[in-house]
Write a protein that binds this ligand. Structure first.
Ligand SMILES: *[C@@H]1O[C@H](CO)[C@@H](O)[C@H](O)[C@H]1NC(C)=O
Length: 435
């Protein structure tokens, strides 16, 4: 029964042998042989290859991380912006594998990629960045977007080990950030993301201290991402233009390498509609949302937050109940009251549908499959297992194209993956920083 305890979020399936972004983290030697870098005359080959710059390091004097080195590793030819990683040296060795992480391969079939970039009927770029009243900038759909379509892909520009800020003084970590940005192909793109930068003040005035601007950009725009098993803050410049909503029409998905990201629609989106994602866990009630969102300096203006008090209360109540149901279901299952656990899961599904936080359904369906199986009702278990699997496939968690086709459903496969992988309750894709 302990399997149930691990079943908390979509994250549990993120590591199915799925996306083609999955690069084996083997040794560096093999990798470099497989992906030969552009040939340069031997005498000019910099010793710091595959990086474009010599790594710049700092050493922690903080007790908990004493002597730990963190270095900036930049490949200024990776992706649209270049990529700077601030990592411990041993992690950086493994991260070299991710320099070839191609978001198109992770999230789109060849045909979809062509349609996105070359256009054609129903294809082409589906969004534009616009000024949104009261929200600075935002992204709106320029055509109808179908449910589950991949709307946007992006690659990280800056990735920072979360240990850095604990390990070194603030001034030092900011100086590291500043250099990491400076070494990119287009540092201006990154600096322009700071609200401070756009205040009309000149740079000197804004910065005060070296790296303040870069720190501000990371604080207000970075997503949490796991890269080479390290918890990092990762900056995805394009995707960070997308605003938050408490019942968003889209969601984010990371490549397995953690350095590419996609935005996918989970319902149809009409032309002119703003594209939104949730920066928070789905299903958080309004007072908590307000508190958590204050970190990004804005108040919630999405439909749910602007509801009349009565309806807002009803929505909050459902969200609290959805959250509490999960814990209660596990308790019931552990005490082998399976019929009650099953009934409560069905109720929870109803509330999730009413709240329109559909991605949460994958967990609930999988939960039902497990509960029915424990209860000896294999037929129902299969039914809900298939629903979970189908939704995971639609959402893109089972890969794309042929790869997805290979992921045929079996109940054992679904449940086996649940047990193996612990969800962290964050959906594996928490939005814009730690909450
Ligand atoms: C990348 O870095 C190298 C080494 O500093 C530099 O010579 C080159 O111009 C840079 N390329 C780009 C595209 O920024």
């Amino acid at each position: 029964m302990s399997r149930l305890l691990i079943l908390t979020s979509l994250a549990f399936l993120l590591y199915l042998p799925n996306t083609s972004a999955t690069l084996a983290l083997t040794n560096l030697q093999t990798l470099l042989q497989q992906h030969p870098l552009p040939q340069t005359p031997a005498q000019n080959t910099p010793s710091h290859a595959p990086w474009s710059h010599s790594p710049h390091c700092t050493t922690s004097h903080h007790l908990a991380h004493l002597g730990q080195k963190f270095c900036i590793y930049t490949s200024n030819t990776t992706g649209p912006y270049g990529l700077s990683l601030i990592l411990k040296p041993r992690d950086a060795v493994r991260a070299t594998a991710h320099l070839s992480d191609n978001p198109l391969e992770s999230f789109l079939t060849k045909r979809q990629a062509e349609s996105m970039y070359l256009g054609g009927v129903g294809g082409g770029q589906a969004w534009k960045v616009v000024d949104v009243p009261g929200k600075d900038k935002g992204v709106v759909a320029t055509r109808r977007i179908a449910r589950f379509e991949t709307v946007m892909v992006d690659q990280a520009a800056v990735v920072v080990d979360m240990d850095l800020e604990k390990a070194v003084m603030k001034g030092e970590s900011n100086a590291m950030l500043k250099l990491a940005v400076e070494r990119l192909r287009a540092p201006g793109v990154i600096r322009d993301m700071s609200a401070k930068h756009n205040d009309g003040k000149d740079e000197e005035e804004v910065e005060g201290e070296e790296g303040r601007l870069e720190e501000d950009v990371m604080k207000t725009n970075a997503f949490g991402s796991t890269v080479v098993d390290v918890s990092t803050r990762a900056l995805f410049p394009l995707i960070s233009r997308i605003n938050h909503a408490c019942n968003p029409n889209s969601f984010v998905m990371f490549s397995r390498a953690g350095v590419s990201m996609a935005i996918k629609a989970y319902r149809d989106i009409e032309e002119g509609e703003e594209i939104t994602i949730s920066y928070l866990l789905l299903g958080i009630p309004s007072h908590k949302r307000t508190h958590l969102l204050s970190r990004w300096g804005f108040t919630c203006t999405c439909a749910l937050c602007s509801l009349p008090p009565q309806e807002k209360k009803a929505s909050d109540l459902r969200r609290v109940m959805i959250a509490q149901a999960e814990e209660k279901i596990i308790q019931l299952a552990e005490s082998y009251d399976l019929p009650a656990a099953i009934a409560l899961t069905h109720e929870s599904i109803q509330m999730i549908i009413e709240e329109e936080v559909y991605p949460m359904l994958t967990d609930e369906y999988a939960m039902l499959a497990m509960l029915y199986l424990e209860h000896g009702d294999r037929k129902s278990a299969e039914k809900y297992g298939k629903l979970a699997w189908g939704l995971l496939g639609d959402l893109g968690f089972l890969g794309v194209g042929e790869e997805k086709d290979r992921q045929t459903f079996t109940l054992e496969r679904l449940l086996g993956n649940m047990g193996k992988l612990g969800g962290d309750g964050s959906g594996g894709k928490w939005k814009k920083g730690e909450v």
